[in-house]
Design a protein around this ligand. Structure first.
Ligand code: PBG
Ligand code: ZN
Length: 326
């Protein structure tokens, strides 16, 4: 008789036949950097996550280093915002300074720079706005400038999250022209207009001042359109394809993994994090179990890279696990 349970008889047997594993090398940890001095601001909707001023960033970098995490994703929060998001591409902008600081402290830590205008614009949209409309082609040069200035500061990876059409090609060309042909582009290819981003908008002060992002971020009802999006980004020169959010979109992650030969990243976003933290704080779920289950599910769906606010905890749990298995 065929018995499935033979595969499950003991911990070592289960370990032997396990098909998916999460590694510390898969993890990317997002970091929020705010203008000012001596700041470590807790973000109420994201327990355990803080905004740091650059002079306090060492504390966070120590945690990253200690956890054995190899990559961070940076979000800068400037003191001054304007219509054109000028701080986004200023030589001494908050994010540019943060990149320099981190690369000086830990040169081998991969720094991924999110490229988008919404943290820097007074209206909070991801592109230039005219008569209540988010302009596409007029936004591209600003994204190009932002990408180049972040590469100049030392960023290893540029991650455009704006969802303007043609931005990957524009940024690739701008980087190449400026002599940064080795800087990789991790494109937010299928980025859905999602309610799961709300806590992030508190963390990064980037909520749109009017309207919503539905004219540029994707309709979450669409799968075929997501395929068109990453095909386009690959043609334009993307090196890594990102799907965002992760958990409610694992079908899209699987689709991308099956249909492309490119590394897939999944962004386990702020709302996904906050829901787990809230339930765990109430004692309704076991945080470690749920988080490891979520991480494994993202890998099982076909992602290689997981961007997650849980990264430091996950890294610690994986270390524990390795020691137990020895
Ligand atoms: C900027 C950006 C956002 C996130 C990553 N980059 C916010 C948004 O599009 O509104 C969301 C990340 C998260 O929710 O954790 N465009
Ligand atoms: Zn944006």
């Amino acid at each position: 008789m065929k018995r499935m349970r033979r595969l499950r008889v003991s911990r070592q047997m289960r370990r032997l036949v396990r098909e998916t594993s999460v590694e510390r090398g898969d993890l990317v940890y997002p970091v929020f950097i705010i203008e000012g001095e001596n700041i470590k601001n807790p973000i109420a909707s994201m327990p355990g996550i803080f905004q740091y001023s650059i002079d306090r960033l060492d504390e966070e970098l120590d945690r990253v280093r200690h956890a054995g995490i190899g990559a961070v994703l940076l979000f800068g929060i400037p003191a001054h915002k304007d219509e054109a998001g000028s701080e986004a591409y200023a030589k001494d902008g908050i994010t540019q300074r943060a990149v320099r600081f981190i690369k000086e402290r830990i040169p081998e830590l991969l720094v991924i720079a999110d490229v988008c205008l919404c943290e820097y614009t007074s209206h909070g949209h991801c592109g230039l706005v005219s008569h209540g409309e988010v302009l596409n082609d007029e936004t591209l040069p600003l994204l190009g400038k932002m990408a180049v200035s972040l590469a100049e500061a030392g960023a290893d990876i540029i991650a455009p999250s704006d969802m303007m059409d043609g931005r990957v090609a524009y940024i690739r060309e701008a980087l190449d022209k400026a002599g940064y042909s080795n800087i990789m582009i991790m494109a937010y290819s299928a980025k859905f207009a999602s309610g799961y981003y709300s806590p992030f908008r508190d963390a990064a002060h980037s909520a749109p001042g009017f309207g919503d992002r539905k004219t540029y971020q994707m309709d979450f009802a669409n799968r075929k359109e997501a395929i068109r999006e990453w095909k386009e980004d690959i043609e334009e020169g993307a090196d890594v394809i990102m799907i965002k959010p992760a958990l409610a979109y694992l079908d899209i992650v699987r689709e991308a993994a099956d249909r492309t030969e490119y590394p897939i990243a999944a962004y386990n976003v702020s709302g996904e994090y906050s829901m787990v933290k809230a339930a765990a704080a109430n004692g309704w779920i076991d945080e470690k179990r749920i988080v490891m289950e979520n991480m494994t599910a993202i890998k099982r769906a076909g992602a290689k890279i997981i961007i997650t606010y849980h990264a430091i905890d996950v890294a610690a749990w994986l270390k524990e696990q390795e020691e137990m298995d020895e």
